[in-house]
Write a protein that binds this ligand. Sequence first.
Ligand code: LLP
Length: 426
Amino acid sequence: MANLTVGGVDCVALAKKLGTPLQIYDEKLIEDQIRSAMDGLSSTKFGSEVIYASKAFSCKAIYEKVKQMGAGLDVVSGGELYCASEAGMDMSEVYFHGNNKSVDELHMALMLGCNVVLDNLPECRKLIGLASLYNKESDVLLRVNPGIEAHTHEYIRTSGADTKFGIPIDRDDEIAALIKETEESPHINFRGFHSHIGSQITDTSGFEQAIEILVDFMKHMYDKYGILTDVLNIGGGFGIRYTAGDKPVPIGEMTKLLVKKCEDCLEAKGLTIEKLMIEPGRSIVGEAGYTLYTVGFSKDTGCKNFIFVDGGMSDNIRPVLYQAEYSCDIADRIGEPKDGTFTVAGKNCESGDILIKEASLPSQVKEGDILVMYSTGAYGYSMASNYNRACRPAVVFVKDGVAREVLREETYTDQMRFETDTVIEL
Ligand code: LLP
């Protein structure tokens, strides 16, 4: 029996020191994932850029890591953009996404000088207007919807006929008209197309199909309207391993395959591009993340054998929202036979607050044990809430035997910051 160690650090000791729930990231794995993606995406035919989709996990420390590794960044809100600026990101490497960016957000993007991924014509017009008002410039991509039904949960599918994102690819006149408006503006520089088909996609076929459709579309836009595409961004969505049943294609292999597909499709159509981009989030940080909880009370209801932990849907809403599955261990008894089955439930006041429906663990799980949930690095902390006035956990990066806290645990006093009693004069 042993304690779980990550990055040469004893996680149980860390949990005892900082308290639980506690979010840990294996820094080296994050670095390896970014590097594999960058290596895999390199081509002799065109340039390439990996941008980290930071909605998966956003804080200054991860942005600094991304910057240090030479990757770019995808942000989807003024908040993420602000954090990127605070982390000293090079704004020419930052891409601002979103289907309903506010005037304030577009203004911020122009002032900071990041790239904007346009979603629709009204947004395009607003950006052109603001850019000319403030005499600022912006490079833009346009998000198009290739209409692919990716094989994943319907809530994280982003490219079917009913999605809110981008302009459907068959609306070529509308797309050409939008690009023409950007070309008429001295402030806006149209660079190319963007598409993202969904998330946690473990097979390659959806991505390959998307590339075929996009390259055909680029050819069509050139032939019919004379529009040249310099940059093609094929989005993120590469799946990771949550449980033994998941068999994702490793990011390095996936990117190699996509590059080859892109090279072949472009060659077949007699086209060239300057740069191919991807924007992975989950595959960069997901498997690097571990959440530690302390086991509290247990309850055998006759039909369910519950163990309760000191967190739940307030720090990881994915099981409730997407029926996401995770695996776990008792972190202070790694290697002990897993001869018991438990339902791991959180402490939030909601009967659906179940983290793992059927967890294999040693049969003697006891109060005070430290439970580790694996692969919690993506969309866990970033989707955490103060439901039931829970405090968001601390986040620690570990590497080479060194642990550094990058986000401290929230406190009740933090939560009181927003309390006010102000009469509004209208
Ligand atoms: N690019 C765009 C335009 C996106 O919308 C997304 C994710 C990504 C990149 C990154 O996708 P990734 O590589 O992380 O799969 N909260 C859900 C996932 C929502 C994903 C939203 N968009 C979850 O917890 O599964």
